[in-house]
Write a protein that binds this ligand. Sequence first.
Ligand code: ZN
Length: 305
Amino acid sequence: MGRSPARRSRSRGGGTQALLSVDFEDWHQLVRRRLGARDWGRTGPALERQTQALLELLEEIGARATFFVLGMTARSYPALVSAVASRGHEIACHGDQHVPVHRQTPAQFAADVRAARATIEELTGRAPLGYRAPAFSITRSADWALGVLAAEGFAYDSSVHDSPRIRGRLAPEHGEPHVLDAGDGARLWELPPAVWRVGGARVPVGGASYWSVLPTALVLRGLADAGAMPGLYLHPHELDPQPLRAALPADAGRWQRVRGWLREAQRNAARRRAPQVLRAIAGRHRLITYGEAYAQLSGGSGARP
Ligand SMILES: [Zn+2]
């Protein structure tokens, strides 16, 4: 695949640029589905509260972000998606059902992406330019998905994450934005989440889930060393002002309760740290959307390639 590394760009504000994103999904809905709750599709008050906190924080630090919106979440909470878009944030695509790409066939993947895109177009009046897979699941066994995205008209992807926690991951030569030859002459920009390369090790410093276990100074050092345009990603639940509770059904078994408790504990640790780490990052970097980065890199105004 052809590659063209991004130039390291100094922003107007003096700091280097970093790309800010949110994977916009309802944590409670997804965890309840994973735990087998029968009524997992039911909506709750948490995502509204989380989105409000997130929008306030973004306003406080003066940043716009790319929201990779899950189709099924958007249909459950259309007013929230409109509220996010009306504040000038970019709406991009996180697929529809949050099924890992490597568990789908190319036809299923194309259908999932189209369903999400149709929902986003209906709510915002615009086709999303970018895509991010659930749990960065465009792995070696699913690299065909990049060709599907290009064929479906996406301009950029942010699904390839060189994190040791992702089994069978695609390992790029470097972690900076680059152009992929997606087959049949199609081009797709890959805008990866930040990974700090220390010797042979990989430290994923771009995700708020990792900020819970890394000191802030180390996150800042890693981002400074991760190359041009390091990518950041958060989830709404990481900004929840209240502790996360998995809200299991009354008849949940012991194993369901243990798994629910473990997920709560992990996620609450990230939740406590995310706002302060993001503020510290905003003090060092000019935060821009992925769409703005694509526009700069492709030399256009954000239009399709
Ligand atoms: Zn997700």
